[in-house]
Design a protein around this ligand. Structure first.
Ligand code: ZN
Ligand code: ZN
Length: 379
């Protein structure tokens, strides 16, 4: 398995822009429509797209940088997680990010599309989620505006009582072949039929409702089952429920982009959560049960006697579920000793008394303190 950076011919320090540009350049070169479906360029195109799909996603890229391909199979893969892309996915990814205009420009089509109506465009919808919804997974309904097959003509684009006719220019094939002579002999070029734009059929009397396009606007409620553990930037790919194609073409896809709202009680790192609680000096000295925030409600943490300020505790399995994998992350709780800035008279007196009787701190920390401090800080 070639390294993704090598595949895209970029250094490991490449910026998002570098990644996009290099992919675009190489993918256009190896796009199957430009290479008469050669197996070799098809494989190259798939490999390029897979590398691009991972490296353009910051979370997947970080996981890949640390653990290689293995890092993409676990938690970091996420919804629509890691797998080898097949050709249609690769073509979809390329289309989604660059469109076909980019590929063919003014040069004219490469004509590998079969005759028939074209598929509808993909639609992106954003879905806001709270951290609590991420913790449990949730069923949601999104309202979405789509193009539907026209009611009047059933999507054919032809006025009722008439039918689309076979295109006379291309005899229904959707493409025209032109034999040309050159110094090297005769060669044949293939292009989409200019009369029917490659559809193979012609409409002599267009439907009065949709003017022959075969589509009309509609609004839909789309039910979405959000799996637990998803993160911002991950998405769900719902195939075949997007916009209807022109004149009976198949529906495109819907991409549901997840956007998880910030919860200022928590920092999130994949499936792990970090939070902080404050304890008083006596609580840290004597130990105490303190309440810590959990995604699904408060929890209790036993702070043992002699707890240091900044000490980190782990509540195993109280983080977020791993998406596309088993298990749940942890909740890491940093305990900080609260130092009040203003004191009541009684408190003032008590602190004075404490100052009188309490031994001064040792000159040196216990052995091992700095090590555990570093660990607590995540170094
Ligand atoms: Zn119509
Ligand atoms: Zn035609």
């Amino acid at each position: 398995m070639a390294d993704y950076y090598t595949t895209l011919a970029i250094p490991r320090t490449a910026s998002d822009d570098d990644i996009k540009q290099s992919y675009r350049r190489l993918a256009m070169q190896h796009h199957p429509d430009k290479n008469n479906g050669s197996k070799e360029s098809e494989d190259k195109f798939k490999a390029l797209t897979e590398a691009y799909d991972v490296l353009r996603n910051p979370q997947k890229r970080a996981a890949y940088d640390r653990y290689g391909e293995a890092g993409l199979r676990g938690a970091a893969g996420g919804a629509g997680g890691f797998h080898h892309v097949d050709l249609s996915e690769a073509l979809n990814i390329f289309m989604r990010d660059f469109g076909l205009g980019d590929l063919f420009g003014q040069a004219g089509g490469g004509g590998r599309q079969p005759a028939g109506p074209r598929g509808g465009a993909d639609v992106k919808v954003d879905l806001m989620l709270s951290l609590a919804e991420v913790a449990t997974g949730v069923s949601k309904t999104v309202k979405i505006k789509l193009l539907d097959p026209c009611d009047r003509c059933g999507g054919s684009g032809a006025e009722s009582g008439t039918r689309p006719k076979r295109c006379t220019t291309c005899a229904g094939a959707g493409e025209v072949r032109r034999a040309q002579r050159s110094f090297f002999g005769q060669f044949v070029s293939v292009a989409p039929c200019p009369t029917c734009s490659g559809e193979g059929v012609m409409i002599s009397s267009p439907c009065k409702s949709c003017r022959g396009e075969g589509r009309q606007r509609g609004e839909h409620s789309l039910p979405i089952e959000v799996p637990a553990g998803v993160a911002t930037g991950q998405y769900m790919h719902l195939r075949g429920v997007g916009n209807a194609g022109v004149r009976g073409g198949p529906r495109g896809d819907v991409l549901v982009m997840f956007d998880v709202g910030e919860d200022d009680r928590f920092e999130r790192d994949g499936e792990d959560l970090f939070t902080e609680v404050l304890v008083s000096f006596p609580q840290a000295v004597k130990g105490a049960d303190v309440e810590v925030p959990g995604v699904l409600g408060p929890m209790s943490l036993r702070v043992p006697p002699g707890t240091q300020s900044g000490q980190l505790f782990q509540l195993r399995g109280r983080g977020l579920p791993r998406v596309n994998a088993g298990g749940t992350g942890d909740l890491h709780v940093r305990v900080q000793v609260w130092i009040p800035k203003e004191l009541s008279k009684d408190e003032q007196a008590a602190v004075e008394e404490l100052a009188r009787v309490l031994a001064p701190p040792p000159e040196k920390r216990e052995k091992g303190f700095w090590q555990s401090m570093k660990e607590a800080l995540g170094a």
